[in-house]
Structure formats: structure tokens, C-alpha cells
Design a protein around this ligand. Structure first.
Ligand SMILES: Nc1ncnc2c1ncn2[C@@H]1O[C@H](COP(=O)(O)OP(=O)(O)OP(=O)(O)O)[C@@H](O)[C@H]1O
Ligand SMILES: [Mg+2]
Length: 247
């Protein structure tokens, strides 16, 4: 049975995708700097985020750690504007995410690619269709969609399997499709929430290598994980959440 958290995350994911499919975008946000300022999220009587302050510079890598329930997913959901803060602010390039109008939110989300532990692929669509879907309702031509979809499948090393359905793909390959979909709009920020949680060590390394390559190319990466081995090997900034704050 699906947990409440899974159902909640799924809804947030599809709401996120839906905003990508809407029109009227300008391009002003580059995700040069992200600042959480006294960010507080209270669920019931518990402050899951408690006056949290955190700055993430554009182009950097942050491994987000902390015990289960520490608030990693809550933090990323607030960052994408999927849940409101109880109080505090999240500033991106000086814009206050918590005060975005729906059109500013659309534009902002186009700069973000998100990837989850359970891939969230549509089971009846092929790898190609799962990726192309994120462009379809926009004003792109068939040839533009085809070109970009094949480009991102190439980046993740899956250009030879565009017609495979998710059930024909390994976990690592499914996650590559999810990353390809996240890349479709050329995001400035990738948020990967436990992207390797269901993968074996070899596939895990493949996904981490892929995210590292994107980070080297200038994409900011927020990588929420429980995998201390990977984090140690990465040798990059680690932000650990504890009692609603950065430990
Ligand atoms: N919409 C919500 N309503 C009520 N409580 C919530 C909601 N979303 C999250 N929580 C609670 O907030 C706490 C933090 O959850 P969150 O999912 O952010 O933790 P996490 O660090 O991502 O954990 P994990 O490592 O298990 O993914 C949990 O106790 C969770 O049940
Ligand atoms: Mg989580």
C-alpha cells in the first residue's frame, strides 16, 4: 500500500509538471543564489524546519543529509514552491519564492529539474514519450520535441532505448529516463531527492557520475540522500538537517 508521504509526493510532482506545461514564460531567473532565511515549516505542533538559514551558491553541489523525518523533502518542496512556509523566506536570485505569483512560479520551475527515488515515470509511455511529455503541451513543434528529447536521452546514455517501456528498463535506466525528463528545459538547478535509494551500488555510481557531470557543466545540484559512502566519496559540501536546522 502506498504511504501517505508517497501519495503526497506524487501529487506535488504532477502539480510541478503541470506548471511546466503552461505558457507565457520570460527568462529572468538563473538560480545564481538560493537563500533560506529563517525558514520555518510547522506541521501540527512540530517545526520540521525551524528558523533555518542556508545559502546555496549557483553551480555548487549540496548533499542534503539527515535522519528520516529530518525535513529534507520538506525543504525541497518549499524550495520549489510546492508547500508554503509557516514563516520565513526563500530567496532565489533576490526573488522571494514564497511570494511568487503563479506565472512567476511557472517560470521559476522551468529552471528546476526534479528527480525522485521512485522515478515517477508513466508506465504506459516509452522512455521517449516519458521525456517528450514534458514538452508536448508547450508551443514546440514535433521536430523541436524530437530533437531535444533525443539530445537529453543521449546525455543520460539512453539514446539506444527510446522505445523501451519502464517495465523493460532496470532501476538505473529508469532513473536515467527521469533525469532526462528533468533536463528537458535545460534547468539551472537539479533537485534529486534520494535518487539512488532504490538502486544497486553500480547503478548508484552511474547516477552520481551523471549528476556530477551536469554539476561540472554549471548546474546546481541538491542531492538528498542517506548514502554516507557516496557522500564521503563525493567530497563536496554536506548540509545535515537536525531539529529543523542545519546541524
Ligand atoms: N504535508 C504534511 N503534513 C503533515 N506532516 C508532514 C507533511 N509533510 C511532511 N510531514 C512530516 O514532516 C516530517 C519531515 O518529513 P520529510 O519528508 O521532510 O523528511 P525527510 O528528511 O525527507 O525524510 P526521509 O529521509 O524519510 O525521506 C515528517 O515527520 C513528515 O511526516
Ligand atoms: Mg524525504
Amino acid at each position: 500500500m502506498r504511504s501517505v508521504n508517497e501519495a503526497r509526493e506524487e501529487k506535488i510532482h504532477f502539480d510541478f509538471l503541470r506548471t511546466l506545461l503552461q505558457r507565457n514564460h520570460k527568462t529572468i531567473i538563473l538560480v545564481s543564489v538560493i537563500e533560506f532565511k529563517n525558514a520555518t515549516k510547522i506541521f501540527g505542533s512540530r517545526a520540521v524546519l525551524d528558523n533555518l538559514n542556508l545559502q546555496i551558491d549557483g553551480g555548487s553541489w549540496v548533499s542534503l543529509m539527515g535522519a528520516s523525518g529530518a525535513g529534507k523533502t520538506t525543504l525541497v518542496h518549499a524550495l520549489i514552491g510546492a508547500i508554503p512556509l509557516t514563516f520565513g523566506d526563500i530567496m532565489v536570485d533576490g526573488y522571494n519564492v514564497t511570494k511568487f505569483s503563479s506565472s512567476a512560479l511557472q517560470e521559476y520551475r522551468r529552471k528546476i529539474g526534479i528527480v525522485f527515488q521512485d522515478y515517477k515515470l508513466l508506465p504506459k509511455k516509452t522512455a521517449y514519450e516519458n521525456v517528450a511529455f514534458a514538452m508536448e503541451v508547450c508551443d514546440y513543434s514535433y521536430s523541436q520535441i524530437k530533437k531535444r528529447t533525443m539530445e537529453v536521452l543521449e546525455i543520460v546514455g539512453l539514446a539506444s532505448a527510446p522505445h523501451h517501456f519502464p517495465h523493460m528498463l532496470s532501476g538505473g535506466e529508469k532513473q536515467r529516463v527521469a533525469i532526462a525528463r528533468a533536463l528537458i528545459h535545460n534547468p539551472r538547478l537539479i533537485i534529486a531527492d534520494e535518487p539512488t535509494g532504490n538502486l544497486d551500488p553500480v547503478s548508484t555510481q552511474g547516477i552520481v557520475d551523471l549528476l556530477t557531470k551536469l554539476n561540472i557543466e554549471g548546474v546546481t545540484v541538491i542531492f538528498a540522500t542517506h548514502n554516507t559512502q557516496i557522500v564521503e566519496k563525493l567530497n563536496k559540501r554536506v548540509v545535515t538537517l537536525e531539529n529543523g536546522k542545519v546541524a
